[in-house]
Design a protein. Structure first.
Length: 141
């Protein structure tokens, strides 16, 4: 089942999953951000953070919006075990290299119940913190 769950995640990332995040995320999902200390609980907060990340990562090297297919964000490795997936990614924003992992846990119904993001190097974490903060503020308006 984990293979199908990851396949659905990839379809979502390509904009090809009917229902998008609403189909994937459980109502009680917990999101762990690389820059926010407290876990973000609930489907709506998880969707907000993942949406802001998508908008932040789907930019060209100058920070201008791109389509998903033109985004420099790419998954490079996958480790699947039981109900868990670790998806390593790479990207570049404004000339800064970004490397990280999405650690995703699904329940038996194929819904994401935990989503954890870890990022490196430090300059990427600092830059993403600023960009995500600005993106979240603009989404709240």
């Amino acid at each position: 089942m984990i293979e199908k769950n990851v396949e659905n995640w990839h379809l979502h990332m390509k904009g090809k999953l009917d229902g998008g995040l609403d189909e994937l995320i459980h109502d009680d999902c917990v999101f762990y951000s690389p820059v926010v200390f407290t876990p973000q609980k609930g489907k709506e907060l998880t969707k907000m953070y993942l949406g802001a990340a998508g908008n932040t990562f789907n930019t060209d090297s100058d920070g201008n919006p791109t389509s998903t297919k033109d985004s420099p964000f790419k998954y490079t490795k996958e480790i699947l075990c039981g109900d868990h997936a670790v998806l390593e990614f790479e990207s570049e924003i404004e000339g800064k290299y970004i490397n990280g992992v999405d650690i995703i846990t699904w329940n038996d119904e194929g819904k994401i119940i935990e989503f954890k993001v870890m990022i490196r190097p430090l300059q990427a974490v600092n830059m993403l913190h600023q960009k995500m903060q600005a993106m979240l503020e603009s989404m709240k308006k």
